[in-house]
Design a protein around this ligand. Structure first.
Ligand code: DGY
Length: 321
């Protein structure tokens, strides 16, 4: 019988699906388990269902032992998984693409609106009981209509953000290593990164974190952006050089930012906390009841397929071993 090691309490039908297909070993309680507990949990398991905060490295794979056949990440991102190490050991890796596209795009768009219209700052002012009155120059932000939305990575999530942008009257441009299949439907223009940064009013990041995209947006790139532009990151924190972003925001070199992800989560750069022109959220892009259940169920389907010797729905391509 297949043993599934499940590294967090899963929502929706996933627990029942896994229990019907094998023996489920899971963590007690709803919280995040300590590393030692995780390593004990995976010992001798056939398949591990992992969360994005679980570092799947040599230590984890050693702890699991030779029987481990698959790592099924309950996330679309898989930068927590050492793919080369899995490839060397013949371990299959899967993720959960597609099911979180709309929820994450909704949140990215909420950040775009919040940052462009200064919602965080305005709400803080009201809650603090500060005196305020309507004025021509009071809390003015920037229009969306008529501007350019620059999307870095026009995949599933980026395309959904683009569609929302079109609904708000933004023109869509994007940067990607190859032409996106969503280009035509969004009437999007493909640009190189520098031109995208220099001509967009909103830049939204939707690229996975890889060695190539680490600090893709640093001091040089931020300096290319318009002083009236906004940067939104719902992808992975380390795609942006956070120190450089703090400097750019502090000096007003860009108008603002909206962040759902951080370089050293769950820590947030103290420089960001001091600034009014950045909206800060705690990595909740996919955090809806429906989406989290769909993510868990897709991860369970991947795991069950592998247990049965079938092709999983969402395999992650591995480097050559
Ligand atoms: C993912 O699935 O990678 C997201 O960051 C989770 O919200």
């Amino acid at each position: 019988m297949t043993t599934f090691a499940v590294t967090a309490a899963l929502p929706g039908r996933a627990p029942e699906m896994l229990a019907e297909a094998g023996e489920v070993r899971d963590v007690p309680g709803a919280g995040r388990p300590e590393r030692e507990e995780l390593l004990r949990l995976v010992e001798g398991a056939d398949i591990a269902l992992t969360m994005l905060y679980v570092r799947v490295d040599e230590e984890f794979l050693d702890a699991a032992g030779e029987g481990l056949r698959a790592v099924c990440n309950v996330a679309v991102g898989f930068d927590n998984v050492d793919l080369a190490a899995c490839a060397r050991r013949g371990i299959v890796v899967t993720n959960t693409p597609g099911v979180l596209d709309d929820a994450t795009a909704d949140l990215a768009f909420a950040l775009i609106l919040a940052a462009r219209r200064r919602l965080g700052e305005a709400e803080r002012l009201v809650r603090a009981g500060e005196p305020w009155e309507w004025g021509m120059g009071f809390m003015v932000g920037h229009d969306l209509r008529g501007g350019r939305l620059g999307i870095v990575g026009l995949g599933g999530i980026g395309a959904r953000v683009g569609a929302r942008g079109r609904g708000f009257g933004l023109e869509v441009a994007y940067f990607g290593r190859r032409e996106s299949p969503h280009e035509a439907e969004l009437e999007a223009t493909r640009l190189d990164l520098d031109e995208l940064l220099a001509t967009s009013d909103v830049i939204s990041l939707h690229t996975p974190l890889t060695p190539e995209t680490q600090h893709l947006i640093g001091a040089r790139e931020l300096a290319l952006m318009k002083p009236t532009a906004t940067l939104v990151n719902t992808a992975r924190g380390a795609v942006v050089d956070e120190e450089a972003l703090v400097e750019a925001l502090r000096e007003g070199r860009i108008a603002g930012a909206g962040l759902d992800v951080y370089e050293d989560e769950p820590s947030v750069n103290p420089g960001l906390l001091e600034l009014e022109n950045v909206v800060l959220l705690p990595h909740i892009g996919s955090a809806t009841v429906e989406t989290r259940a769909a993510m868990a169920e897709l991860a369970a389907r991947n795991a069950i397929a592998i247990a049965r010797g079938e092709e999983p729905q969402a395999p992650v391509p591995l480097p050559d071993a």
